[in-house]
Design a protein around this ligand. Structure first.
Ligand code: PRX
Length: 649
């Protein structure tokens, strides 16, 4: 697993147009040592260098992991929208901030300069204020990948409102729950979105969701496709007309370092999605610092991250890292497969992207479809850095990415992190770290990793150890709480191994100290890099059935969801499998829908009534050895010992 090392190609450094930020591994090691030994000095220096405080901080950090009460840069005041927009608009207003590539390659792309961005963000900020949005209020954003989505995020930040972006693939029910939880007065959307040649009815989904949200007084809609929408007078407003009323500059609200910048829902091991809250200064610093050192971003770069703004990757590396560092972010509304499988190559060459950051699930798809000759015509000469995120990247996919898109001339960084960590925590640094295909590699600055024995709870020191991955020192971009449920925050991350932040992932440290991520050890499934809890899906079916959701390996999506269902009705209705799949698509999202549904008579359970997933997983993956099943029962009246065949899969 850990034998192969790919060194950064010599020409990478020689041909670097700006000179890399770090000189090499010696500098990484020295800086890393300093960041662990004297974290406060290290972080204070980084914060002063990378962010602009309108009022300097007096205390770098207080709190501990054991208490879960960490706070950074106290006394400091700043504004994320100022850091991402104003300071670049002042220095170089004509520099391009955002390039938008539409779904359809025949439609024109758009460029927005930092000067223009300041106007767009200010006008929308003024409009939000006029709708009664105040500092600390949460605004929900349900939008496709268009520049206006970024205007919306930054407009919230400008007036001190907290944004809650909901992925525009979530159903109306899921959106409703998130709007209600956030108690949003204002929802921002578009008439429609467009993906893979299909219209996405964003406004219609919002209309359905807000029917049950009395908190919502305004729905602001950007015209995007021109598609028909229904209209509720008094509540709905077209942004395009409304925004003309507001000035192209309003000053940004000074925010305390610890004021929340955004709320983002993610799945945990229990049913209800959790609203993770991130702070202003700490989060922004994590984005800026990893952008600078992991991706080696420079102001003239064009950073193309294919992550949707509805997920943390989109927040940190489509929006905040590129903009806080003042480079150009390339955003893409479409899919890698439409109108052809060369779409990513087209976007990269058309916009001269210097970086391309994507997920293994897209790479697996492309790997199976693309031949070398299909992509030979594209000019990829500007491309310097490739990145992977969201799930383990298998060595063969890594190599394919490196060889076919990178032409063996680039540096490929596998970045491991989470919604809760805010920014990368384990990653090879572009142009610096010798790469191992399939390996996230080394800890980022300030991240003090520990591998813990899950049985004894003891830290496993040294190399060649396997266990669960934890962090033993606080870092600025860690999430501060779960909205409305600080106990869940403590129990999920800090009370599992006292004094450590628990990631929920298994990991192996090899003989060189490189970290290999082995996947979740809790009930979270990772489908195409989208995180979903098994119990969230199970509870959506509770009315109809008792269900065990199992993640099984899948060639295309990494993991696929299989549902093993024991119906509550005596008769099995025809087509019930499709009905259950549809139900999950509608109540959660299409990505959460099972690939396969198995109807069974009983689910195997322990004496205390817990479903024994271990057996189901083995059955579904074709393993023959079931281990000790002497205590496993089926829930049938006879309570007979469970034999796998009884499942009738
Ligand atoms: O299991 C790990 C996996 O994705 C989880 C975090 O999911 P989410 O919060 O949605 O954020 C995804 C984007 C950062 C982790 O607990 N994961 C993320 N990146 C990697 C990964 N697994 C292996 N290698 C990675 N590079």
């Amino acid at each position: 697993m850990d034998s192969e090392v790919v060194h950064v190609p010599a020409e990478w450094r020689a041909q670097h147009p700006h000179g890399a930020h770090l000189t090499g591994m010696l500098e990484y090691r020295a800086l890393y040592e300093e960041s662990i030994r004297s974290p406060n000095t290290f972080w204070a220096k980084q914060a002063r260098e990378l962010l602009s405080f309108s009022h300097g901080f007096h205390t770098t950090h207080i709190g501990s992991l054991a208490k879960g009460n960490n706070a950074w840069f106290l006394g400091g005041e700043l504004n994320a929208s100022f850091c991402c927009v104003d300071r670049h608009a002042i220095a170089d207003p004509d520099r391009v901030a955002i390039i938008h590539e539409p779904d359809d390659s025949c439609d024109a792309s758009r460029e927005i300069t930092y000067g223009d961005l300041l106007g767009h963000v200010s006008r929308l900020a003024g409009c939000l204020r006029a709708q009664g949005v105040q500092k600390g209020d949460i605004v929900t954003i349900y939008m496709p990948m268009i520049p206006e989505a970024i205007f919306a995020m930054l407009a919230c930040a400008r007036i001190g409102a907290v944004h809650s972006v909901v992925f525009a693939g979530f159903s109306a029910d899921a959106l409703r729950d998130r709007i209600q939880d956030a108690n949003s007065k204002v929802v921002i959307t578009t008439d429609e979105g467009r993906r893979g040649g299909k219209a996405i009815p964003t406004k219609a989904v919002v209309d359905t969701a807000v029917r049950d949200c009395p908190c919502v007084s305004t729905v602001l809609t950007f015209k995007h496709t021109g598609g028909d929408v229904s209209w509720t007078a008094g509540r709905d407003m077209w942004c395009d007309e409304e925004l003309k009323k507001y000035p192209s500059y309003i000053s940004s609200e000074p925010m305390h370092s610890e004021d929340y910048l955004f709320l983002l829902y993610t799945s945990g091991s229990t049913g209800k999605p959790k609203g993770v809250l991130h702070s202003t200064a700490g989060y922004l610093l994590g984005a800026a610092m990893t952008g600078k050192y992991v991706f080696d971003i420079h102001p003239k770069d064009r950073f193309f991250c294919s992550g949707d703004i509805g997920w943390i990757t989109g927040h940190t590396y489509t929006v905040y890292a590129p903009l806080v560092l003042g480079c150009t972010t390339v955003i893409f509304e479409g899919t890698p497969a439409y109108p052809s499988f060369t779409r990513y190559w087209e976007v990269i060459s058309k916009h001269a992207a210097t970086h391309f950051y994507t997920a293994p699930t897209a790479l697996r798809l492309l790997k199976s479809k693309i031949k070398k000759r299909d992509v030979e015509e594209f000019n990829m000469s500007q491309l310097r850095v490739l990145g992977s995120v969201g799930e383990p990247i298998a060595p063969d996919t890594w190599k394919w990415f490196y060889n076919s898109m990178g032409d063996q001339k680039m540096t490929l960084t596998d970045t491991y992190w989470q919604t809760e960590t805010g920014s990368h925590i384990v990653a090879s640094l572009a142009g610096v770290t010798p790469m191992k295909p399939g390996c996230a590699s080394l800890p980022c600055f300030g991240i003090d990793l520990a591998i813990i024995d899950p049985v004894s709870g003891e830290e496993l020191k040294g190399n060649l150890v396997v266990g669960v991955l934890a962090i033993k020192q606080p870092w600025p971009s860690m999430a501060r709480t779960i909205k409305g449920n600080h106990d869940r925050y403590m129990d999920t991350y800090f009370n599992v191994y006292k004094g450590y932040y628990f990631t929920g992932d298994g990991a192996y440290r090899d003989q060189d100290g490189y970290i290999w991520i082995r996947g979740r050890v809790d009930d979270v499934v990772n489908v195409s890099g989208h995180r979903i809890s098994t119990s969230e899906i199970e509870s959506s079916l509770l009315e109809h059935a008792e269900t065990a959701i199992i993640g099984v390996p899948d060639e295309l999506t990494g993991e696929a969801i299989n549902a093993v269902v024991s119906l509550k009705t005596p008769v099995i209705p025809l087509g019930i499998e499709q009905e259950l799949i549809l139900h999950i698509r509608q109540s959660i999202a299409p990505f959460a829908a099972p690939k396969k549904v198995f109807i069974v008579k009983d689910l195997p359970k322990t004496r205390s009534g817990k479903i024994v997933r271990r057996i189901l997983r083995k059955l579904l993956t074709g393993e023959k050895e079931f281990g000790d099943i002497s205590t496993v029962r089926c829930s049938s009246p006879k309570n007979e010992k469970c034999q796998p065949l009884i499942l009738r899969l």
